[in-house]
Design a protein around this ligand. Structure first.
Ligand code: FFO
Ligand code: ATP
Length: 197
């Protein structure tokens, strides 16, 4: 799709609608869906093979997919786990262990209290999202953090597998695509795994 000025407005409208829908999930529904999604996520070939995985700490009030069960599994599998920390306009991958103290970051996002940047970047990055489409286009909260992060990694020669996780109602038919958007390689929901070639 072509970039178009109206798309900024369309992106914001989709963002608002999806955040509202997701935030309205009951705690019970959120837990059930997150559990079903986790079961699919830990069977992915790329995840099973990965030595390092970057994952996010969820905004629970916004009902982002709960990643805590997945993190425990990663630790049990002795994989190296990192989480994003916002530094200025950029993201840093910080080593994380289940139980580490968590504080609120600049946008209110959960972040580890102690930042331990990882020199080597993950083989797999589990990406939070507000909406996605079946071609792998993704919309986040609009700060461009992940797009910039992937662009910076690519410059350094890293092309980690980007796995978007979200609930099934967040997968839409087509989303506007901007030139800086990094397509996801795969999307996992509580209902299906969508591989993008
Ligand atoms: N759990 C989680 N952690 C994450 C992200 C995420 O999407 N989810 N990020 C993904 O990049 C990064 C944080 N980036 C974020 C960017 C904007 C907003 C946000 O809430 N923005 C406001 C509006 C903008 C503003 O206040 O300036 C909003 O949506 O209400 C949150 C996180 C890194 N950590
Ligand atoms: N590689 C990049 N280099 C410089 N600026 C970028 C890059 N990627 C995105 N941006 C900037 O970030 C802003 C937000 O982008 P976009 O609306 O696609 O965010 P998003 O994908 O919803 O957010 P996020 O990636 O944080 O979840 C855009 O105005 C864009 O100019």
């Amino acid at each position: 799709m072509r970039a178009d000025r109206d798309w900024t407005t369309e992106k914001s409208a989709v963002r608002r609608r999806m955040i509202a829908l997701r935030s309205a999930l009951s705690r019970h529904d959120w837990e059930l869906r997150s559990r079903a999604l986790t079961a699919k996520l830990l069977c992915l070939d790329s995840v099973v093979r990965a030595e390092q995985v970057m994952i996010y700490l969820p905004f629970v009030a916004r009902r982002e997919v709960d990643t805590s069960m997945f993190m425990s599994w990663l630790e049990a599998e002795q994989k190296t786990v990192s989480v994003p920390v916002v530094k200025g306009k950029d993201l840093v991958a910080s080593r994380f262990h289940v139980g580490d103290r968590i504080v609120s970051g600049c946008f209110g996002q959960p972040e580890p209290a102690i930042v331990r940047p990882l020199p080597v970047v993950a083989d797999v990055i589990i990406v939070p999202l507000v909406a996605a489409d079946r071609s792998g286009t993704r919309i986040g909260y609009g700060a461009g953090c992940y797009d910039r992060f992937f662009a910076a990694l690519q410059k350094r020669g890293f092309t980690p597998h980007a796995v978007g996780i979200c609930f099934s109602f967040q997968v839409l038919d087509t989303l506007p695509f901007d030139p800086w958007d990094r397509k996801l390689d795969c999307i996992v929901t509580e209902q299906e795994v969508i591989s993008i070639q």
